[in-house]
Design a protein around this ligand. Structure first.
Ligand SMILES: [Fe+2]
Length: 311
């Protein structure tokens, strides 16, 4: 085994459970300088605008879903963290592995270790983001198209994971996400909770779950810093092409009840279709319709926001 493994313990069952069932494991990343408060403040201060998302949300238990996107404005990185500690929002430093090579190196090391521990696991495409979220923040019920896992750095949160099957998630949900790039419009019913598994995460723990398993997250009254990791294996890559092609067939051409094979002639025609439509910009246009920036952080009252009125 490697000299300084990222996973500080690895029970034998973990290799068998990975991607088949949710599993919580122990890691040491929260102790690295990459995730110190000063290191993160410095990172936020210089983070490129196009690579972060700042989201303001409704209170826990509020019936109406409420989700707005905004920008940091003139605050320093340290002030942004303070604002998040006092407000009700989250900041996602997306693509940290593209923005700063130190995080790329850390993630490559982590995946090399995973490939050694899990027979046959290869994820040539992987990226990470850092998520900083308010004590009362929540992420609504949704699913993600790539493989995902969540690494807790600071604070405590509860992750509810649902089965990766109907009615919790259907092919049509995945296709809609592929076309619109918005993950939170999935139907949800309170009785889904009877089928959920809940995991509390402390600093130094991570959670992995099966591909496309829906989940939602509640912070447990502490400022939270987590790392979100996405990965794409060859199988996931093909499924993503099918999701986008099927979504295009349904939304653009009104064709439904198409198959979901990830090999053979039907798959390869879809591979061509989704590529052509991506090149024409159709999928991009549909995606842009989903997002709009409408606030910035208030630099006088930390934790508050200022509306950006349409000009
Ligand atoms: Fe997610």
């Amino acid at each position: 085994m490697r000299p300084n493994p990222v996973f500080t313990s690895w029970p034998a069952k973990a290799s068998a459970l990975w991607n088949n069932q949710p599993i919580r494991l122990e890691h040491r990343l929260h102790q690295t300088p990459l995730f110190s408060r000063e290191g993160l403040a410095e990172l936020i201060s210089r983070y490129p605008r196009e690579h972060y998302s700042l989201v303001y949300m409704g209170a826990q238990g509020e019936a109406k879903r409420f989700w707005r996107e905004g920008e940091i404005g003139s605050l320093s990185g340290a002030q942004v963290i303070d604002a998040i500690a006092q407000g009700r929002m989250w900041l996602n430093l997306r693509n940290i592995t593209d923005v700063d090579p130190r995080y790329r190196e850390m993630l490559d090391e982590t995946f090399a270790e995973l490939s050694e521990r899990i027979p046959g696991f290869e994820a040539p495409t992987r990226s990470a983001g850092i998520l900083i979220s308010s004590p009362s923040a929540q992420v609504y019920y949704h699913t993600d198209l790539p493989g995902q896992c969540l690494w807790q750095i600071s604070g405590r949160k509860r992750v509810h994971v649902y089965p990766a099957s109907a009615p919790f998630v259907t092919p049509q949900h995945l296709e809609d996400i592929a076309v619109h790039d918005v993950e939170v419009n999935m139907p949800y019913d309170p009785w889904y909770e009877e089928h959920a598994q809940a995991y509390d995460l402390e600093p130094g723990q991570m959670l992995s779950w099966p591909l496309n398993a829906p989940h939602r997250v509640e912070n447990l009254n502490t400022l939270n810093i987590s790392m979100t990791v996405s990965f794409v294996t060859e199988d996931i890559r093909r499924r993503q092409m099918v999701n986008l092609a099927n979504g295009i067939l349904r939304h653009r051409f009104g064709v439904s009840s198409v198959g979901r094979a990830t090999e053979g002639p039907a798959f390869w025609s879809k591979a061509v279709l989704q590529k052509v439509m991506r090149q024409t910009g159709w999928a991009k246009r549909k995606r842009r319709e989903g997002r709009q920036i409408d606030f910035r952080l208030d630099d006088q009252r930390l934790g508050e926001i200022v509306d950006l009125k349409a000009a």
